[in-house]
Write a protein that binds this ligand. Structure first.
Ligand SMILES: Nc1ncnc2c1ncn2[C@@H]1O[C@H](COP(=O)(O)OP(=O)(O)OP(=O)(O)O)[C@@H](O)[C@H]1O
Length: 146
């Protein structure tokens, strides 16, 4: 690709970006919009609230049990992945609804089902990780108590 073709493509991309209703002019506003996305998901998506509560409980339990730094990192990352995928699932649902409105479309179904499947797989993985890491110290604590 020549230099002029590169410049032309870059200019076309910038023009397309101008089609956004609003572009964040600075970092603070970028954070504000990102936080608005998280707040929206929390207030409208029951699953996101459930994952937030379970994630907070898992991380708190890890801190309480004084597990190792690596184990703590694995628990935190696994919980974060579930929540990140839930946010992406919400974003995909919104874009699909925007595109097909209230009409049935096989591709809309595939997009939504796959996005939901991604959340499901990550939640199963998170459950396995939590049982693997948190269950042994919890059991030890129970055995010590009796
Ligand atoms: N426009 C559509 N065309 C075809 N199928 C659709 C369409 N909209 C929704 N569906 C089907 O209905 C299911 C639920 O869609 P919906 O938009 O209600 O997601 P949801 O229940 O909010 O999902 P989640 O619980 O993951 O947030 C989808 O997984 C898909 O199978």
């Amino acid at each position: 690709m020549t230099e002029s073709t590169n410049t032309k493509t870059r200019n076309q991309n910038l023009e397309l970006r101008d089609l956004a209703w609003k572009v964040a002019p600075n970092l603070v506003l970028s954070f504000k919009y990102a936080w608005a996305g998280v707040s929206y998901a929390f207030s409208t998506q029951r699953n996101f609230r459930i994952h937030t509560v379970i994630g907070t409980l898992a991380v708190s339990l890890g801190l309480f049990l004084n597990i190792s730094a690596v184990e703590m990192a694995v628990i935190t990352l696994t919980c974060a992945i579930v929540m990140v995928l839930e946010l992406l699932n919400t974003a995909i649902e919104a874009v699909v609804d925007l595109t097909v409105k209230q009409t049935y479309h096989e591709l809309a179904k595939i997009a939504k089902d796959c996005a939901a499947g991604a959340v499901l797989l990550s939640a199963i993985a998170a459950l396995i990780v939590a049982v693997w890491i948190l269950l042994p110290p919890v059991l030890r604590l129970i055995i010590l108590a009796y």
